[in-house]
Design a protein around this ligand. Structure first.
Ligand code: CMP
Length: 156
């Protein structure tokens, strides 16, 4: 158990479909804390590193083309066990198989145009944060709702 940070990207299909606000609201309402947020175009270099584990897959070229179709919205969310909590909210890769109530389950049908990226484990979250955010773009602040969201023991 512990406080973690995790990266969420709203992919070009999420932007095109006007789902940015709805997607962000899911994380806000859950009680996660927003500590970084920006709109950006992903470069070739970033995508080669980001998806290095997919570079030999047949869909790699299409994946890169898709991820550069429009700018994306990148954010960092913080909270207890944030990496797995966010993955649960996002749902499994393929929209048609994702549980109702998850973002992909509620808004998507595709296995590739799946609206959103979320870091899969804490070490990758750290790598992804460092790849697209500078230290100055990450914020530390006290949210007044923390006392409602977490018990005293969880906060200390
Ligand atoms: P994600 O799981 O966030 O990260 C890898 C991405 O590659 C995945 O979302 C999809 O967008 C894409 N992807 C995964 N599998 C396939 C596939 N079989 N065909 C096309 N795109 C895929």
């Amino acid at each position: 158990m512990g406080m973690q940070r995790t990266v969420v990207l709203i992919k070009p299909d999420g932007l095109q479909r006007g789902l940015i606000g709805d997607i962000m609201a899911r994380f806000e309402h859950k009680g996660l804390k927003l500590v970084g947020l920006k709109m950006m175009r992903l470069s070739d270099e970033i995508l080669d590193t980001w998806y290095a584990h997919h570079k030999d897959k047949p869909f790699f070229k299409d994946l890169k083309a898709f991820m550069t179709w429009t700018p994306i919205v990148a954010m960092v969310w913080e909270g207890q066990e944030a990496v797995s909590a966010v993955r649960t909210i996002v749902g499994v890769t393929k929209g048609y198989a994702a549980d109702a109530g998850s973002i992909r389950g509620d808004y998507g049908m595709s296995g590739s145009q799946n609206l959103i990226h979320a870091s899969d484990e804490p070490q990758n979250a750290e790598k992804e944060i460092n790849l697209i955010f500078t230290q100055e773009e990450l914020y530390e602040y006290r949210s007044v709702s923390e006392e409602l969201i977490y018990s005293e023991a969880e906060r200390s």
